[in-house]
Design a protein. Structure first.
Length: 155
């Protein structure tokens, strides 16, 4: 939501898991486990391709951004850029990849190359959810002090 313009400027693509025994579960319940397995790449591809398929028509006539949380271990994987490029074709130019975990991807040469390749395809990156990023930018990008106060970590 843009506070300045009073309109929606983006959406977050999220998944929830309904477990018969434990009820509705969100990313906090399963991402730490999946993030350490090969399943995280499949999950990311699924979220990106589903968002691209379901939102392509909406995004074509819109300036909306779409935020997708990505796990830092997957970003550090050499196949991450191709996963994003192949899975998010229709929404790439409006895509914001968010590393909202406590740890962002390590700034290795490979990760820098991945980020550069994706930015060349007009993919954006954030270290907080899209909704908070818009609010943060509209507030004039109030400082790391604000981030530290909110316990957002930058690495």
């Amino acid at each position: 939501m843009s506070l300045r313009e009073g309109k929606c400027v983006g959406v977050d693509a999220m998944i929830r898991w309904t477990n018969a025994e434990h009820g509705l579960k969100g990313p906090a319940d399963y991402m730490r486990i999946l993030g350490k397995t090969r399943l995280i790449a499949r999950l990311t591809r699924f979220v990106l391709s589903t968002a691209a398929r379901d939102l392509a028509e909406l995004m074509a006539d819109s300036s909306l951004y779409i935020g997708v949380n990505v796990y830092s271990d997957h970003v550090e994987n050499r196949g991450f850029a191709s996963d994003v490029i192949r899975s998010a074709k229709a929404i790439r130019s409006r895509l914001v990849l968010n590393m909202s975990q406590l740890r962002c991807a390590a700034p290795t040469i490979d990760v820098q190359g991945t980020v550069a390749a994706l930015r060349a395809k007009r993919v954006r990156f954030a270290s907080m959810p899209l909704s908070l990023l818009v609010t943060f930018l509209e507030a004039g990008g109030e400082s790391l002090r604000m981030r530290k106060k909110k316990r957002w970590k930058l690495r």
